[in-house]
Design a protein around this ligand. Structure first.
Ligand SMILES: [Zn+2]
Length: 80
């Protein structure tokens, strides 16, 4: 699990090689991938597909903390 700290106004675009879940721990953060940008709710995991680029942006006025949890277990990833 990777912890990401974002200063106000800072954004971070990245991609994982496997399936992951992005979860907001603290702050006000906007999440966008190929879909329309959305404001994240604290504690609500957002599913990110393998190889899918996603951007998280701090839209608040305090340092935000976000976790990207990699789902290496095949239980969920191999359901197709
Ligand atoms: Zn991520």
């Amino acid at each position: 699990m990777a912890s990401i700290l974002l200063e106000p106004g800072e954004s971070f675009e990245h991609v994982h090689g496997d399936v992951s879940y992005t979860t907001l721990i603290f702050g006000h953060v906007e999440f966008s991938d190929n879909q329309q940008p959305r404001i994240m709710a604290v504690g609500e995991p957002i599913f990110v597909g393998a190889g899918c680029s996603h951007t998280i942006r701090n839209v608040g006025d305090a340092t935000a903390t976000v976790f990207c949890a990699h789902q290496s277990s095949p239980a969920i990833a191999s359901s197709r």
